[in-house]
Design a protein around this ligand. Structure first.
Ligand SMILES: Cc1ncc(COP(=O)(O)O)c(C=O)c1O
Length: 365
């Protein structure tokens, strides 16, 4: 095989073809990104006052940014099309080409952003080990090296609150504080990927401001459990946000009448935060039901993500996913386990039905 053919192969991405004979999805546990805007959210969208976001003239976007800055206890915030763009813009501001970022080995910035941080910034990310998507402060400290011309400057440490592939686990506040303290005393910036920060806040009762305290940059996603169709917002110092704006412009993320989207996010902040507790209760019910099925190994959920493996029941994860799909239940394999995600459009009855189907499939295996 020529090097060109090898490169072609490495670059190939084949999305799973849609099978027209497949039942429509009735129970969608694929991701909390699957939520559809509620009728009330659609009304808020329809009523939105709008302007030109790119020149700071959209009142709904401006309101959202004020709300997020206040929520996260920062000087300013900026509305972004996606969480990925929040992560990318943040590292582009914090780092220079050749710099080193430290993050957990399962972090979204390493595995799921298409290599953006290397492709766009020339940064390398050191994967830190640790259970449940989290590295310990001791592991972080041990990964720091003395500043020398031989080694890449270590400029930022990043955590995911909650840790997605770790099982939707919640970083303890004490660990977050210790990481900030170590970073500060070693001259590293701190970045919090808050794709599911509000889940952590609702589950622990610790406010977002407190969770993000001491972190130089932090963001929340509206298109996940909060149920908006699009959008995320990143917060930090005024100076940091000015620089994020420059990257947002460069990346083509500046928008026009984005108040249409921001209205859904404001609605989500007003109506969809406390209800995340229902998603967590549904996740616990799912885990409880699954753990009663012989051969199913389940990680106890802390928030809205339930990871499980059916291997012990004699069914592979891929098989289980495919067979559930035949019943109209959608979930996916993620890093070797099945991930089920509860959200706004998932009811307790759907959870019960899913457990029943898994039991049936496991029994017939
Ligand atoms: C932990 C984490 N960070 C970042 C993102 C990216 O967010 P978005 O899909 O809005 O780009 C995701 C999305 O699933 C995520 O789970």
């Amino acid at each position: 095989m020529t090097w060109l053919a090898k490169r072609e192969l490495a670059m190939t991405y084949t999305p799973a073809p849609r099978d027209p004979k497949q039942l429509p999805v009735r129970i969608n546990l694929l991701s909390d990104t699957q939520t559809r805007p509620t009728p009330a959210m659609r009304e808020a969208i329809a009523r939105a006052e709008v302007g030109d976001e790119q020149i700071g003239d959209d009142p709904t976007v401006n309101l959202l940014c004020e709300r997020v800055a206040d929520l996260l206890g920062k000087e300013a915030a900026v509305f972004m099309p996606s969480g990925t763009m929040c992560n990318v813009a943040a590292t582009l501001v914090h780092c220079r080409p050749g710099d080193e970022i430290l993050a957990h080995e399962t972090a979204h910035i390493i595995a799921r952003e298409g290599g953006a941080h290397a492709a766009l910034g020339g940064f390398q990310i050191t994967p830190l080990p640790g259970a449940d998507g989290q590295f310990s402060p001791a592991t972080f400290r041990a990964a720091l090296h003395p500043r020398s011309r031989y080694q890449p400057p270590q400029t930022v440490v990043s955590v995911e609150q909650t840790a997605n592939i770790g099982g939707g686990t919640i970083w303890k506040k004490a660990a977050l504080d210790e990481i900030v303290q170590i970073a500060n005393s070693n001259g590293l910036a701190t970045h919090m990927d808050g794709a599911r920060l509000m889940n952590a806040c609702v589950a622990t009762g610790i406010g977002a401001r407190e969770m993000a305290k001491g972190w130089d940059s932090a963001w929340i996603d509206f298109s996940k459990g909060l149920g908006a169709p699009v959008g995320a917002a990143i917060a930090g110092s005024r100076e940091f946000i000015d620089e994020v704006w420059r990257w947002k412009q460069r990346l083509g993320g500046s928008m026009r009448q984005a108040g249409i989207c921001a209205a859904a996010c404001v609605h989500a902040l007003d109506h969809h935060v406390d209800r995340l507790a229902e998603d967590h209760a549904n996740a616990r019910a799912l885990a409880r039901g699954l753990s009663q099925i012989r051969g199913i190994e389940v990680q106890q959920p802390e928030t809205n993500l339930v990871f499980f493996s059916p291997d012990g029941a004699g069914v592979t994860g891929d098989d289980m996913v495919a067979r559930l799909r035949q019943h109209g239940v959608l979930l996916a394999m993620m890093d070797g386990r099945i991930r089920a995600c509860t959200h706004l459009d998932v009811t307790a009855a759907m959870i019960e039905e899913t457990v029943g189907l898994v039991r049936e499939i496991a029994r017939s295996a």
